[in-house]
Design a binder for this molecule. Structure first.
Ligand SMILES: Cc1cc2nc3c(=O)[nH]c(=O)nc-3n(C[C@H](O)[C@H](O)[C@H](O)COP(=O)(O)O)c2cc1C
Length: 410
């Protein structure tokens, strides 16, 4: 399996702060081509021919999102690039933004033209100072060269919370409110930022748009898996030889990514599991490694592709220790808006701390199981609903790790 670089096509090849080098590599040709197309035709090409689905985690059809905003009669519409990248083990968007900020801006301008947005935002994780600096410079260069037309792009530093990466929470944050998710419906395509139709797409989603337009949606639709075509950026971390970010066609398997690009488990140890998709997702076992990385194949084995993070876990680890780390993350990141998440993440962390220290009982494990199920059903937003996904997955796949941690006389 070879890497196929679409989002990363220029990374490492051109200077990220040079619009001239981006243009010399074919940059902004797609924008010019897109602007000669009818908006409906452009959206249809993205939706039906390229069949592009969002790379932020939910894999929703990009064209469908664009077409609902386009269809709105409202005069003001907004387009937001989600560069908050808070999912643990995920660093792909940073690689794109630091290596080729113009591809994000070109993708965004094409999207703005398609939906009819005159104002766009790039909401960047606050810690990503280099990305913010490069994006601001790139926006200025694009404006000076006249590529923005009348479209305004603002690069905004994120508010410093994982939940702010959730589409409706970004919108709250952009309005200067607390970064908390909003109740849906109405969908963002109907009432988003300032109650106007708003489209939120991930950095990786925008980064492939210019090549789809330039080389043709047919070309993109012919790469990788039929129902989730194109490429996906995968980020390796944890007990793996090479902690790298690679872009592979979506019919590559998890094993190919781990072994070919990751160099296998660090120190030649045996693999125990891979946490796929980030801390909000479950585990994949070594027997499931021959599954292709496309969204639907991964879903069919009861896992989730999520952001494309692959956190590798070797045989020496006990899952309870890993789950305690994850629980700490979610307790810290719970925005506190709803009780099941605010209280639940705290209780789960306490119980896992007790278990990890060898002080827990079988009743504690049962309580964790009960709490996890309750949180999945009752939390207000996907943060709380997915805070215990890894826990539920580990209880099913690795019950012996919990047994090993239970206090002996308990
Ligand atoms: C708690 C939480 C955090 C999220 N963080 C991000 C993020 O950092 N970046 C991102 O693109 N999507 C994130 N998402 C998903 C977004 O809500 C949204 O689905 C995505 O930005 C849509 O873009 P796409 O259609 O291009 O995938 C998050 C979702 C949740 C529930």
């Amino acid at each position: 399996m070879e890497e196929v670089r679409i989002a990363l096509r220029n990374v490492g090849r051109i200077k990220p702060d040079s619009i001239e080098e981006y243009i010399a590599a074919g940059g902004y040709e797609a924008l010019e081509k897109a602007r000669t197309m009818d908006q409906g035709e452009l959206i249809q090409t993205i939706e039906e021919t390229s069949r592009l689905r969002g790379r932020g985690g939910a894999a929703f059809s990009t064209g469908k999102k664009w077409s609902s905003a386009f269809a709105s009669k409202e005069k003001t519409k907004y387009l937001v690039c989600n560069a908050d990248e808070g999912e643990p083990g995920t660093y792909k968007d940073r690689v794109i933004m630091e290596g080729d900020p113009h591809t994000v801006i070109e993708g965004l301008l094409i999207g703005a033209y398609a939906v009819g947005a005159k104002e766009c935002f790039i909401y960047v994780r606050g810690e990503y100072e280099k990305s913010i600096k490069l994006l601001r410079k790139a926006v200025k260069q694009a404006e000076e060269k006249g590529f923005c037309g009348g479209t305004k792009i603002r690069v905004v530093s994120g508010a410093g919370a994982y939940v702010c990466g959730e589409g409706t929470a970004i919108v709250n944050s952009l309005e200067g409110l607390r970064g908390e998710p909003r109740l849906k419906p109405p969908s963002m395509a109907v009432k988003g930022l300032h109650q106007k139709p708003t489209v939120v797409n991930n950095v990786e989603t925008f980064a492939v748009i210019p090549e789809i337009v330039r080389k043709g949606a047919d070309w993109f639709g012919g790469i990788g898996a039929e129902k989730f075509p194109g490429t996906k950026l995968m980020c390796l971390s944890g007990d793996v030889e090479n902690k790298v970010c690679v872009e592979v066609p979506t019919n590559a398997t998890l094993r190919e990514v781990l072994e070919q690009f990751g160099g296998g488990v660090a120190g030649g140890k045996k693999l125990k599991a891979v946490q796929l998709g980030g801390s909000s997702c479950g585990f994949v076992t070594p027997e499931q490694l021959d599954t292709p990385i496309d969204f639907d194949s991964i879903r069919s084995i009861g896992a989730a592709l999520g952001s494309g993070a692959m956190y590798v876990i070797d045989e020496s680890r006990n899952m309870v220790d890993i789950l305690w780390e994850i629980a700490r993350f979610f307790r810290h990141e719970s925005c506190g808006k709803c009780t099941p998440c605010r209280e639940g993440t705290m209780r789960v962390e306490e119980l896992l701390e007790k278990l990890a220290a060898g002080e827990g009982s079988r009743q504690d494990v049962e309580l964790i199981r009960k709490l996890s199920g309750y949180m999945q059903k009752n939390c207000f937003c996907p943060l709380g609903q997915s805070a215990t996904t890894a826990l539920i997955s580990a209880l099913k796949l690795f019950p012996e790790d919990f047994d090993a941690k239970i206090r002996k006389e308990a």
